[in-house]
Design a protein around this ligand. Structure first.
Ligand code: 8X3
Length: 248
């Protein structure tokens, strides 16, 4: 029976790069995102390398849709889940935030993230598989304008730690990958489509590329089954904590 890697947020950024990297390593893929057209295009391309790739358009904040999807996947052998989908919205001080944006971050980065872990674990227990959770430097530090986003990523850190203990003895590995600044659509989404302002976030130093994080994810997954990388903080050389400075 073929084994599959399931990736959420697979239509762009870190999710897409992970799909590409895993296909290169000969893995079969189940790709999930809202943007079906982009997923289909990616799948067509990745299938050329010989991987079996299926795509599922799904809004992960819709719990019923997620339940339906996982019901369909029940008989698949899924041994890696990359719980990647997440977002930041806005850069305002908390008291000036639109509460809708706060709710969306919580619905996506906490509730949907946990729902995906909850639905994945019965499958991962069968395969003694690996759950990769996407954290962030924002799960270790805090900054003005990122109060709620940082809190959601601190949640990912705490959740992963507890889950490791819950799952001890199950053979399931759980890892948090914590990137610093990675040049993706992250800032365009955060800044509500202002591409010029988003570009500035990555100016004056060398940010990470999505492929750098895909590489870290592959490293964790490809360790022998008795080795669990609990967490990996992956930063640009030009970023320490929240400070960025171009190397001389
Ligand atoms: C994204 C990293 O520094 O923009 O998770 O919060 S940062």
């Amino acid at each position: 029976m073929k084994a599959y890697t399931l990736i959420t947020g697979a239509s762009s950024g870190i999710g897409e790069a992970t799909a590409r990297r895993f296909a290169k390593e000969g893995r079969n893929l189940i790709l999930i995102a809202r943007r079906e057209e982009r997923l289909r295009k990616l799948a067509t391309e990745l299938k050329k390398s010989g991987s079996d790739v299926s795509v599922h358009a799904c809004d992960i904040t819709d719990h019923g849709a997620l339940e339906d999807l996982f019901r369909k996947l029940q008989d698949q052998q899924i041994d890696v889940v990359v719980n990647n989908a997440g977002l930041a919205l806005g850069t305002e001080s908390f008291d000036r935030y639109d509460f809708k944006d706060i709710q969306t971050m919580i619905d996506t980065n906490i509730t949907a993230f946990m729902k995906i872990a909850h639905l994945s674990l019965p499958l991962l227990k069968k395969t003694k598989g690996h759950l990769i959770n996407l954290g962030s430097i924002a799960g270790k530090e805090t900054y003005a304008g990122g109060t709620v986003y940082c809190a959601t990523k601190h949640f990912v850190h705490a959740f992963t730690g507890g889950l490791r203990k819950d799952l001890l003895g199950s053979g399931v590995r759980v890892t948090t990958i914590e990137p610093g600044r990675v040049e993706t659509e992250f800032s365009v989404v955060r800044l509500k489509g202002d591409a010029a302002k988003a570009k500035k976030v990555y100016e004056g130093y060398r940010p990470l590329l999505p492929a750098d994080i895909a590489d870290a994810i592959w490293y964790a997954v490809s360790r022998p089954s008795h080795v669990n990388i609990e967490e990996m903080l992956v930063m640009p050389t030009d970023q320490a904590g929240l400070n960025v400075k171009l190397s001389a």
